[in-house]
Write a protein that binds this ligand. Structure first.
Ligand SMILES: [Mg+2]
Length: 161
């Protein structure tokens, strides 16, 4: 289970994270920051990333995708990256924290996949934020997606009991 669930990264409550002493955020790339394998990053997303330093937060991309694709996105966002990351393995998250120079309790992980981003983050004791995947959201529409997610999260909660 994620610690927090939001529709888009732009809905992440940065104030709340700052209050709990967050220094760094590890971001998944595909379907979290961009559409799957689409190099384009929306203007409002770029804007949002540029505001992170004002909250005392540094960011890093952590993607299982190939180097050039991740590097291109990282350059556009102006943040470092770790590619071919083998999430949910712990090593991937350790590498990202080395880049961020943060401790687990100061680090948040944000991603759209429960079995890579959230599972890996939880195993490392990081605060985990699940987002709705961008392409599914755009494909079937946000309202429909919310229904699907509510259903999926209910199932997950039952499994957790
Ligand atoms: Mg993803």
């Amino acid at each position: 289970m994620p610690d927090l669930f939001v529709d888009s990264i732009m809905d992440i409550p940065l104030e709340l994270l700052t209050r709990k002493n967050t220094k760094g955020i590890i971001f998944d790339l595909d379907n979290t920051v961009t559409e799957w394998n689409n190099p384009e990053i929306k203007h409002e997303i770029l804007q949002w990333f540029h505001e992170l330093p004002q909250h005392g937060i540094t960011a890093c991309l952590l993607s299982n995708n190939k180097g050039p694709r991740v590097m291109d996105a990282a350059e556009k966002l102006g943040i470092p990256y770790v590619a071919k990351a083998t999430k949910p393995r712990r090593r991937a998250f350790r590498r990202a924290m080395e880049v961020l120079k943060t401790l687990p309790e100061e680090t948040v992980v944000v991603g759209d996949q429960i079995f890579t981003d959230i599972l890996g983050g939880n195993r490392m004791g990081l605060y985990t934020v699940l987002v709705s995947p961008i392409s599914k959201r755009e494909f079937i529409g946000t309202r429909m997606m919310r229904l699907v997610e509510r259903f999926a999260l209910r199932k997950l909660k039952k499994m957790g009991r």
